[in-house]
Design a protein around this ligand. Structure first.
Ligand SMILES: C[S@@+](CC[C@H](N)C(=O)[O-])C[C@H]1O[C@@H](n2cnc3c(N)ncnc32)[C@H](O)[C@@H]1O
Length: 390
């Protein structure tokens, strides 16, 4: 029980990491480089935000004119509804407003909208945001926020990580254009992978390694749970969150850069990876594909299926490769599964050699004999060169 509570606290804390301005700016610039009019004439909704200080709100309000936005809408979640009791101190901006309400500040979400210059200073920026309390608590699943979603052209946010699957489904069911943050492990979720495979969702431009430095709310900051952290110039607690990447369905240039690769023979001669140089590629025992342990070791001339690490997706060009499946949850193309008998033999050998975990026949986790020991390989994505598919 105690562990459960700690788990819940950790999960809830993971829902309260805030995004730095520079990270938002860098990602949006990549979409603008590819299409300078990507945001022009659009209504942008920033749900799951705290508009009074969110960097998403700040970025889009500051750049309202440059981007040519039609309307900016930003909503927040009521303090009383957050799973983690975060002491809520209304801002002076809210308390000084004639609309301030002591009950609603805790129980309701807020909505900020921006459509033009209301201060009369001939500039459009954060000072022109107009706000009111929402009818409800701002839950993205409520009818009130769904109506805003339906009004918006593009939805951009860092949603609560514990509700990532639900949030993505909420976007996809309404057929929206979006840019959201999430953990790279979400790629192989059974709700997410089919969208990646069909090129309906793809990673943004940030590389997969290195995590993302995020702002932790001061009110709940716990140095023990936080582990290592730094303090920024303006006094914010910054923690590096591993595995954070952008997910989007907005096109960007990186998706159209072909990955430069060596042939199979050259990889065997020159690869910098000891697993490949002088050895070549091994094959799985349960799936008709070769194991490629590093993205830069993908052979340019292999015509069959290849199992690659999920970080391959940060280099994925849909004109160069076709995605066939993932080892993680059996979402593979049946065509390449090896015969059930062979798979069972492998599974038996896997358990006989002390293998642990849910290795199921017919659910081909990428497995192979390494030095005669039945071994499971870490999550793999199965791909094939486009030219080979023809
Ligand atoms: C990871 S934080 C990100 C905040 C902001 N988008 C940013 O990056 O600076 C996610 C926010 O969503 C809020 N939230 C949690 N559950 C929610 C829900 N069901 N509907 C709307 N917002 C929710 C959290 O309280 C938190 O403020």
């Amino acid at each position: 029980m105690a562990n459960d509570n700690l788990g819940n606290a950790r999960r809830a804390k993971n829902d309260e990491f805030y995004t730095q301005f520079a990270d938002i700016q860098k990602e949006m610039n990549a979409y603008l480089d590819f299409n300078p009019d990507v945001f022009r004439g659009k209504t942008i909704l920033l749900p799951c935000d705290d508009p009074e200080w969110s960097n998403f709100t700040k970025y889009f309000a500051q750049n309202f004119e440059t981007l040519g936005l039609k309307k900016l809408i930003s909503t927040s979640y009521a303090p009383n509804s957050k799973p983690l009791a975060i002491p809520h101190q209304p801002t002076l901006f809210e308390m000084d407003s004639p609309d301030f309400d002591e009950v609603k500040t805790q129980a309701n979400g807020k909505i900020f909208t921006l459509t033009g210059d209301v201060t009369g200073d001939d500039a459009i920026n954060v000072d022109d945001l107009q706000w009111t309390y929402l009818e409800g608590d701002g839950d993205f699943r409520s009818d009130e926020i769904k109506a805003l979603r339906d009004e918006a052209d593009i939805i951009i946010t860092n949603p609560p990580f514990s509700l990532f699957r639900e949030f993505l489904a909420w976007l996809v069911e309404a057929d929206k254009t979006f840019v959201i943050l999430g953990n790279m492990n979400a790629i192989t979720y059974k709700e997410v992978f089919p969208l990646i495979k069909e090129n309906l969702v793809w990673p943004g431009t940030k590389q997969f390694g290195g995590g993302m430095n995020m702002i932790m709310p001061t009110a709940t900051f716990d140095p023990v749970l936080a582990g290592s952290f730094t303090i920024s110039e303006d006094g914010a607690f910054i923690k590096n969150i591993m595995g954070v990447i952008w997910f989007t369905n907005i096109d960007h240039g990186r998706r159209h850069e072909p990955l430069a690769l060596m042939s199979e023979a050259d990889n065997i001669k020159f690869s910098k990876h000891k697993e490949v140089q002088g050895i070549g590629y091994q094959s799985y025992d349960n799936y008709d594909a070769i194991e490629v342990p590093y993205t830069d070791a993908i052979p340019s001339d292999h015509e069959g299926v290849m199992g690659v690490p999920i970080s391959f997706l940060s280099k994925y060009n849909p004109d160069q490769f076709e995605i066939l499946g993932t080892s993680d949850n059996g979402l593979v193309d049946d065509e390449f599964k090896k015969t059930p008998g062979l798979v069972q033999e492998f599974v038996d050998a896997y358990y006989a050699s002390g293998g642990q975990g849910a290795y199921q026949a017919g659910n081909p986790t990428a497995g192979m004999y390494l030095n005669d020991v039945a071994t499971m390989i870490y999550k793999r994505i199965f791909i094939r060169h486009r030219k080979a598919a023809k």
